[in-house]
Design a protein. Structure first.
Length: 124
């Protein structure tokens, strides 16, 4: 399970790091997406920060599994919000697939490390 977890955490860290930085920096694709979804631009920045923090937690989770569990839960819940947004505006499955996949991977990492969540700083 350790190798699987490392691979999944790496994928999640890279994908959400790229997405988070793109949203924070105001990349054209993300600005247009939030306009299409009728969401305010300040929410794009907040979402980018949440994704960036989740990606950082995935990286810290290589050494401290409780961070992987917490970060995966954060990214999984964020993915649910993204899926609901795509469904709300009736996006195609092609447009929605990536966030669905990232959500599944996030919850997979969460369930791999769920027993370590109680060791997360502030939980004990």
């Amino acid at each position: 399970m350790n190798i699987l977890s490392i691979v999944l955490q790496s994928i999640l860290a890279l994908m959400f790091l790229m997405a988070g930085i793109g949203k924070i920096s105001g990349a054209k694709m993300h600005v247009e997406g939030f306009n299409k979804w009728r969401l305010p631009q300040w929410f794009r920045v907040v979402t980018g920060i949440v994704e960036f923090v989740g990606a950082a937690a995935m990286v810290i989770g290589f050494w401290e599994p409780s961070w992987a569990a917490a970060g995966a839960l954060l990214l999984g819940v964020t993915s649910i919000g993204g899926i609901m947004t795509h469904v709300r505006v009736k996006d195609s499955f092609k447009d929605t697939f990536m966030i669905v996949l990232l959500g599944v991977l996030s919850f997979a990492v969460f369930f791999i490390h769920i027993s370590k969540l109680s060791e997360f700083p502030g939980f004990n």
